[in-house]
Structure formats: structure tokens, C-alpha cells
Design a protein around this ligand. Structure first.
Ligand code: IMP
Length: 449
């Protein structure tokens, strides 16, 4: 009988989660920690995520497969909370194999939901329709489009909750189930989507089912009950590393709703998304960039529209891994980061891309918001109200050049250390990793208990 959550066992798991709007460099942190763990686990999101990791000078862009796949042969688990586009997954797996990566550790939950063509079509049509409605009402109060990645994420999660027409990965290996479910789904989607656009061509259920069945044949050996797999590993004293996709400010409950994704990106998604309970988490690393970025629509109080922002975008290569869209760039919003650290119970912060701020004249960090109701240092997780705030800044000394050469925390020059210290003090959580470049050796680790 395994000990259900004693102190010893609860030391087994680490979570890595984004504290901003995504693209904080979580993949790199996961890669750094993967060696000390026995498996990496994704619990939310889908192919909307983009984790880019540089190993041995090679850059890998991962969307669905946990970044831990790069830790040779260890299980890389796609949990039940993920929505899986099977063809994208196959493409990603083949791309890694071609580059010599051992993908034998890839395991996919039989309960992860499947994203099919009609989810992507629906995602795009809804976005277009919301955009058109917004344009027509010019100045209306509706949110307009969310600016989704159009990867079918929202519609797939909606079908999961709606139940009857959804497919799970475990169903893919049963052709008769796939055909029946896809036929039903196409009937429903044809009725719904034809009303969204006059150019919508009715879905071909047989063709969609054929492709899904083919994907099921190819992925079948990797589809398993991952809940028992993970609990068996825990019972053997193995250590799990959870990899949050997207980020806390995009969390469907705790983010800047409605400009969020459709899953629980914060650590609270781990339970429902994997079946591993919260008392197994010993260490929660919140990842924050030294500045802010956002892709898609929605408020971002510290956004920069000037040459300083453009310089950061270029130096930080702030273009989406998934969509290639230029990311919006702004100063570090510490009000937001402190809120996210609180939501996740972060035990440490990984502050990434600090080198990008080198030479930026007196960088600012946001320490409060001025709102129509007065000043506050509390975050406002509401898309429309957050759009009305005016950030209040603290100016910090210009960070010196040469950060990319640092290999230990103590190598950092004085103003870089001041920046780190200010973040720690404001957020109330120690900075345990500082990123000064894309390579593994450019992650400066400090007090990572
Ligand atoms: P969706 O997840 O495609 O529905 O998109 C919803 C919002 O979340 C959009 O603003 C996307 O740009 C954003 N988003 C989703 N995943 C990520 C991510 O991994 N990084 C950054 N933004 C993301």
C-alpha cells in the first residue's frame, strides 16, 4: 500500500509554470531540471503552446511533446488534461526522430481529448465572426476576437465539456467508435458552422474519420492509462516534473478573462490534468521573463510602443514559436508576477532573458496600478478592467553589458543583481535561476533546494 502523501513522498514532484502570458522560457527551465527527474508531464493546453529549447547548440521548438523528451529515453507524458491534435503530434515526433532524438519515452493519456479539423475550423470562424462583429459595432463593449492561435484549443475543450461528440485518444484505436463519433460531430458542426460563414464547406466525415483512424494506428502503442503510470512511478519513489503550458495570466479561471486560453495553466490544473494530487508537489518554479510579452489580444498595462520596446523585441527574438506573430513587449509587471506567484504557491522564481535588458536605459518595473477607483498593488484578473489601469513604475539602474558570459550567479554585475534582488523583494519569493542566454550553461542556478 503506497504511503499517500507522507513528507517523504511529497518531495517527489516539481512543477514549472509561467507567471506571465506565456513564452517565459519554461522549456529551458524544464530541460535544466529534467535530468534530476524520472519523467516529465504535460497537464494542460495543446498545440497552442510553443516551447523552444536549445541543447548542444541545436534549437528545438516543441508544441505538444513535453520538453523533457530531450532527456534521453525518460517517460515524457502527455496527461489527460491536454488536448491533442494527433497529426501535429505525429509530425512533431517525426521531426524529433529525424534529428536523432530518442522519442521512445513518449506516452499519451488515453483520456486526453482529440483535436480534429473541425475544431480548428470552428476556432478560425469564431475569431473571424467576433472580429467582424466588433468592427460593425465600432466602439461596442464586446471583447472582439481573442486572438487565439487557431489551433482548435477552445472548441476542443468545449466539446470535452459538452461530452457526446468528443473523442479521446483511447478511442482512436477503435475505428468503429471514431467513425460513429466523427459522423455525429460533423452533423452538429455542419449545422453550427454553416451559420457562421457563407463560405463554409460542409465537413467530410469519412475523410476526417479515416485520418483519425490512421493517426490512431500510428500512435496506438504510445496511448496508455497515464494516471496509473504516474502513480506507479510515485510508489517506486520516482520524481515527476510537471510542465505547465501557456501561463498563469492565460489561465481560464485566474487569467485576464476572456483574453485567456481554455485550460487551467496554473498548478491547480495538475490534479485534473494528470490525476496526481497537489500534496505531491514539493517545488513550484514560477518562470518570469525580466520584461513582459504577450501574443494575441487583451490588456497588457506595461506595453511599450516605442523604440525601446522594438529593441527588446529584436534582442529577445520575440516572435511566436507557434504562429510566428511578433509578440507585444513591455516592462516587467511585478504586480502581475506577484499575483501569479501567489496563485501557484511558487517556491522559487526563474527569471529569464535578463541579458536582453542589458544596456536598456534605466529599466522600469511596474509596482502598482492607478485605476479609476484609486491606486492598487493588486492584480485585476479581468480583461476589461485591467485595460483601464495606468501602471506606476519604479526605475532601476541600467543593467551592465556582458551578462551572456556569466556562468554563475555571483558572476552577475552589480546592477543585474540589484534587478534580481528587487524582483525577489517585491514578489516575496527567491529567484533560484537567472537566464542570461539560450544555452543550458547560461542558466545560473542559485539555492535550488
Ligand atoms: P488559444 O489558446 O489558441 O485559444 O489562444 C488564446 C490566447 O492565449 C491567445 O491570446 C493566444 O495567443 C494565447 N496563447 C495560447 N497559448 C500560448 C502560449 O503558449 N504562449 C503565449 N500565448 C499563448
Amino acid at each position: 500500500m503506497p504511503d499517500q502523501g507522507s513528507g517523504r513522498q511529497s518531495q517527489q514532484c516539481t512543477a514549472v509554470v509561467g507567471l506571465q502570458w506565456g513564452d517565459e522560457g519554461k522549456g529551458k527551465v524544464v530541460d535544466l531540471l529534467a535530468d534530476a527527474h524520472d519523467a516529465t508531464v504535460r497537464y494542460n493546453g495543446g498545440a497552442n503552446a510553443g516551447h523552444s529549447v536549445v541543447v548542444g547548440g541545436e534549437r528545438y521548438a516543441l508544441h505538444l511533446i513535453p520538453s523533457g523528451i530531450l532527456a534521453k529515453g525518460k517517460p515524457a507524458v502527455v496527461g489527460n488534461g491536454v488536448v491533442v491534435d494527433p497529426e501535429k503530434l505525429l509530425e512533431e515526433r517525426a521531426g524529433l526522430q529525424k534529428r536523432g532524438v530518442d522519442v521512445s519515452g513518449l506516452v499519451i493519456s488515453d483520456r486526453a481529448h482529440v483535436v480534429l479539423d473541425y475544431h480548428k475550423i470552428e476556432d478560425g470562424l469564431r475569431e473571424d465572426m467576433l472580429n467582424a462583429a466588433r468592427a460593425e459595432s465600432s466602439g461596442g463593449s464586446g471583447p472582439g476576437q481573442i486572438g487565439t492561435t487557431r489551433r482548435g484549443i477552445g472548441p476542443a475543450y468545449a466539446d470535452k465539456v459538452n461530452r457526446a461528440t468528443a473523442l479521446r485518444m483511447g478511442d482512436l484505436v477503435r475505428p468503429e467508435v471514431v467513425r460513429e463519433r466523427v459522423t455525429l460531430a460533423c452533423r452538429l458542426k455542419n449545422a453550427m458552422l454553416s451559420g457562421l460563414s457563407s463560405s463554409f464547406a460542409p465537413l467530410d466525415a469519412d475523410a476526417i474519420a479515416d485520418r483519425a483512424i490512421r493517426a490512431g494506428e500510428l500512435l496506438g502503442p504510445s496511448i496508455r492509462d497515464t494516471t496509473y503510470l504516474l502513480h506507479d512511478m510515485l510508489a517506486q519513489g520516482k520524481r515527476l516534473l510537471f510542465e505547465g503550458a501557456n501561463a498563469t495570466l492565460l489561465d481560464v479561471d485566474h487569467g485576464t478573462y476572456p483574453f485567456v486560453t481554455s485550460s487551467s495553466c496554473s498548478v491547480s490544473g495538475i490534479g485534473p490534468g494528470t490525476g496526481v494530487p497537489p500534496n505531491r508537489l514539493a517545488r513550484i518554479i514560477g518562470v518570469a521573463k525580466a520584461y513582459s510579452t504577450r501574443v494575441g489580444s487583451g490588456p497588457m498595462p506595461t506595453e511599450l510602443f516605442d523604440a525601446v520596446g522594438e529593441g527588446i523585441r529584436q534582442r529577445g527574438r520575440e516572435f511566436g514559436t507557434t504562429t510566428g506573430r511578433p509578440r507585444r513587449v513591455g516592462w516587467l509587471d511585478l504586480v502581475a508576477v506577484r499575483y501569479s506567484a501567489m496563485i501557484n504557491g511558487a517556491t522559487g522564481i526563474a527569471l529569464t532573458l535578463l541579458d536582453v535588458l542589458s544596456g536598456v536605459d534605466r529599466p522600469r518595473v511596474c509596482v502598482a496600478y492607478r485605476t479609476p477607483e484609486g491606486q492598487t498593488d493588486r492584480f485585476i484578473p479581468d480583461g476589461s478592467r485591467l485595460g483601464l489601469v495606468e501602471p506606476q513604475y519604479k526605475e532601476l539602474p541600467t543593467i551592465e553589458p556582458g551578462l551572456t558570459e556569466c556562468r554563475q550567479f555571483d558572476d552577475l554585475p552589480a546592477n543585474a543583481r540589484r534587478y534580481v534582488a528587487y524582483v525577489e523583494e517585491f514578489v516575496g519569493v527567491p529567484v533560484v535561476i537567472v537566464g542570461v542566454g539560450p544555452g543550458r550553461e547560461q542558466s545560473l542556478v542559485r539555492n535550488l533546494a
